[in-house]
Design a protein around this ligand. Structure first.
Ligand SMILES: [Zn+2]
Length: 129
């Protein structure tokens, strides 16, 4: 399992939209894109089955880190879509702060204590900033 897979599972663990489900015979987690709420399917080893990417709420290019409160999962369409992408805005753009605040509020609303089977990934992510 790569660091990226563990980080994805740490996000799944702390986002209450993600519920255990099945994809064929495989156990998966299904939750919602942080932007458009479309369903995201993540394998139990952290591999995205539907296109899903790690979204930094405060953008990495402006110094945003991998703290769990700063990352969420976004669908492929939102990651590619110009209208949804906020990381292309300049640090001074007043709309950037408004977008980031709205995303942080959504992340907080969705926050949950990790299910036991995913707690180790959360501990790992907290130790790897
Ligand atoms: Zn989306």
């Amino acid at each position: 399992m790569t660091g990226k897979q563990r980080r994805v599972l740490a996000i799944v663990a702390t986002d209450r939209t993600f519920e255990p489900s099945r994809h064929g015979t495989a156990a998966v987690w299904v939750g919602a894109c942080i932007h458009c709420k479309s369903p995201l399917t993540i394998a139990s080893d952290g591999t995205p089955i539907s296109a899903a990417t790690i979204e930094h709420l405060w953008p990495q290019r402006h110094g945003g880190d991998n703290a769990l409160a700063n990352i969420a999962l976004a669908c492929g369409a939102c990651n590619r879509g110009k209208g949804k992408r906020h990381d292309t805005r300049s640090k001074q753009d007043p709309q950037l702060l408004a977008i980031v605040e709205a995303l942080r509020a959504r992340r907080r609303e969705r926050w949950r204590e990790p299910p036991a089977e995913l707690a180790a990934h959360v501990a790992w992510a907290d130790g790897h900033p």
